[in-house]
Design a protein around this ligand. Structure first.
Ligand code: NAI
Length: 339
């Protein structure tokens, strides 16, 4: 008998609603039945006179434990705290997994890239505790925190993930040469966890050297584990290696809740134009399908996306300069390629 899954859908801001609509249409076209609880957060919630993360949205996430989320706008410099960061902290979504795999048909200088970045998602510089230290606001400090328990947890998650997914090597990206204690405890965790996984090669790289290598010989990287801010930056870099933010998905895993999202933002510069590329969120949807046990449907979505990119016809302008096709066209093309 067909199972009915429950999930929370947060369409998001800017291009969020249009790419969410595309992702849901494609996921449902696989035949998987999902009862969506549609909730708002960010600007959409504020526009309705609510908090950026309203109680009914939190209640829904607690109920379903599975979230598909469009990008949410975060004001720069002031305004409310990032809803994305708040959600990751509230539900302890400690492992942010971002696969960056080359697509046949998308021309990049690095055709054989297959890198998965696992970013520690709850600590580091993302504690949100920052302040000016003088009345003239000419100096500021931030309190960053790394705990051994969170570092152990993300390193264990990464090695287990690598083993389960038949990957050969995990690279720890750190800055323990300068931040000897703060980054050092992450490296200590990595070494301890690596010693318990002798079947997987363990490698250590300092962040600056790693960035240079990632753009010169990305094929030498397999799985990367790193701390919060480094992971934020490196995963955009690795997305760039395979075609850009529009094609790289992200999943945030915790023990009780998992949240699937595009790695890009709300793209206000193209919102409402009908040209947003939905693929990042569609592939995040495939990760969600795998998470809820719908492996065949997930593989079906992955292959349909790859087939559309390989065909190269119905691509959005971010993938094909001058393209006349938009979100609705590529969505239909992906649905047409489903088995
Ligand atoms: P952005 O990722 O929204 O846009 C950067 C550039 O990439 C823009 O030129 C945009 O048009 C393009 N782009 C992004 N996604 C695209 C897509 N699917 N199709 C075609 N083009 C695409 O980054 P930006 O402008 O720095 O941030 C905008 C807002 O998004 C900010 O408020 C930021 O805080 C928020 N944001 C939210 C995230 C989330 O919800 N997980 C992640 C990153 C940013």
């Amino acid at each position: 008998m067909q199972r009915t899954h429950k999930a929370t859908l947060i369409p998001g801001d800017g291009i969020g609603p249009s790419i969410s609509e595309a992702a849901v249409a494609i996921m449902e076209a696989t035949g998987v039945v999902i009862q969506w609880e549609v909730c708002h957060a960010g600007l959409a919630a504020i526009a309705a006179g609510k908090d950026p993360l309203p109680k009914e949205t939190s209640d829904s996430v607690d109920r379903t434990g599975v979230v598909l989320k469009g990008p949410i706008t975060t004001p720069v410099g002031g305004g409310y705290k990032s809803v994305n960061v708040s959600m990751r902290l509230k539900w302890n979504l400690y492992a942010n997994v971002r696969p960056c795999v080359s697509f046949e048909g998308l021309k990049t200088p690095f055709p054989n890239t297959n890198i998965v970045v696992v970013r520690e998602n709850t600590e580091g510089l993302y504690t949100g505790q920052e302040m000016y230290v003088d009345p003239d606001k000419r100096a500021a400090i931030v309190v960053a925190c790394n705990t051994r328990s969170a570092m152990d947890r993300v390193c264990s998650y990464t090695f287990d993930w690598a083993r389960k997914n038949n990957r050969k090597k995990v690279t720890c990206i750190h800055k323990a040469n300068i931040l000897k204690i703060f980054s050092g405890i992450f490296l200590e965790s990595f070494r301890e966890v690596a010693a318990n996984h002798p079947d997987i090669m363990a490698e250590e790289k300092i962040i600056d050297a790693a960035c240079m290598e990632l753009v010169k010989k990305p094929h030498t990287y397999d799985v990367i584990v790193t701390t919060n801010l480094f992971g934020d930056i490196i995963s955009d870099l690795t997305a760039g290696l395979v075609g850009g933010l529009g094609v790289a998905p992200g999943a945030n895993y915790g023990d009780k809740v998992s949240m699937f999202e595009a790695i890009h933002g709300s793209a206000p510069d193209i919102a409402g134009k009908g040209i947003a590329n939905p693929i990042s969120l569609v592939l995040a949807g495939a990760m969600m399908l795998r998470h809820i046990g719908e492996d065949d449907a997930a593989a079906n979505v992955d292959q349909a996306v790859r087939a559309v990119i390989k065909e190269g016809k119905y691509l959005t302008p971010d993938l094909l300069a001058g393209s006349q096709y938009g979100t609705a066209d590529i969505t239909k093309a992906i649905i047409d390629k489903l088995n």
